[in-house]
Design a protein around this ligand. Structure first.
Ligand code: AMP
Length: 204
C-alpha cells in the first residue's frame, strides 16, 4: 500500500508519521529529512540543497527522485508512506512512473494555524524528534536528551514563501488525487492523538 501525505507546512505530517510508527510497520520516505541528512554531511550537494531550503524553494525534482529511489531500492515493507512528496505536478507524474498511489491523506489546516505551529516547532538535532516550545521549554529532547533546535527554514519570512509555493504547486494535487478517488481529508486542527485515530481508521 502506497500512501502520500499532503498538507500545508506545519499541518502535522511529521508528527503524524512519528505517532503512526508506534502502531504500524511501514517504510517512511520523508524527503525533507533525507535532504536535511544530506545537508548534515557538509557535501557540495548538501550545500546546494541548503541554499534552496533556506529560501523556502523546492529542491530540484531530479535530486528528490534520487533520494526517493535510494530509499525504495531495498524496501521489504508492504506499506510505504511518502511524507512531503509529491509537492508538484512534475513530482506526482514521477511517482506515477514508480508506483500506484493507493491513498492520499490530506491534512487540512488553515494557513494562520500552520504559521502558529511552525513558530512553536522544535526538532531534535540528534534523533529528529518533533516537539514544541510549549512542551519542552528547556530545549532538551524527551526521547534522547539531545538538543532541540529551530529549523533554519522555520522563520516567518521563509514560512510565508513555503506557503506560497504550497498554494501554487502542491495544492493542485489535492484535486488530482480527489478526482482519482484516493483522497481522504482529515481535519488537522484537531489534537495529534485525534488526527492519529482518524488516520488509523482509514489505513486499517
Ligand atoms: P519539509 O521538511 O517537508 O518541511 O521540507 C523542508 C524543505 O525541504 C522544503 O521547503 C523544500 O526546500 C525541501 N523539500 C522537501 N520535500 C521536497 C520535495 N518533495 N520536493 C522539493 N523540495 C522538497
Amino acid at each position: 500500500m502506497n500512501i502520500v501525505l499532503l498538507g500545508i507546512q506545519g499541518s502535522g505530517k511529521g508528527t503524524l508519521v512519528q505517532d503512526l510508527s508506534k502502531h504500524l510497520d511501514f517504510l517512511l520516505v520523508s524527503v525533507g529529512s533525507s535532504l536535511r541528512d544530506e545537508i548534515a554531511t557538509g557535501s557540495k550537494l548538501g550545500k546546494l540543497i541548503k541554499s534552496k531550503m533556506d529560501k523556502g524553494e523546492l529542491v530540484d525534482t531530479n535530486i528528490v527522485m534520487d533520494t526517493i529511489n535510494k530509499k525504495l531500492s531495498d524496501n521489504k515493507k508492504s506499506i510505504v508512506i511518502f511524507d512531503g512528496f509529491p509537492r508538484s505536478r512534475e513530482q506526482a507524474d514521477e511517482l506515477d512512473k514508480i508506483c500506484n498511489v493507493d491513498l492520499a491523506i490530506y491534512l487540512n489546516l488553515k494557513k494562520e494555524d500552520a504559521l502558529k505551529r511552525i513558530m512553536n516547532r522544535l526538532t531534535c538535532s540528534k534523533c529528529g524528534n518533533i516537539t514544541t516550545r510549549v512542551k519542552c521549554p528547556d530545549l532538551v529532547c524527551p526521547v534522547c536528551n539531545g538538543k532541540l533546535t529551530v529549523r533554519s527554514d522555520d522563520t516567518p519570512e521563509v514560512a510565508n514563501k513555503r506557503f506560497e509555493q504550497y498554494r501554487l504547486e502542491t495544492e493542485p494535487l489535492i484535486k488530482r488525487y480527489r478526482e482519482s478517488g484516493v483522497l481522504v481529508e482529515i481535519d488537522a486542527s484537531k489534537t495529534p492523538n485525534e488526527v492519529l485515530k482518524a488516520v488509523m481508521k482509514v489505513i486499517k
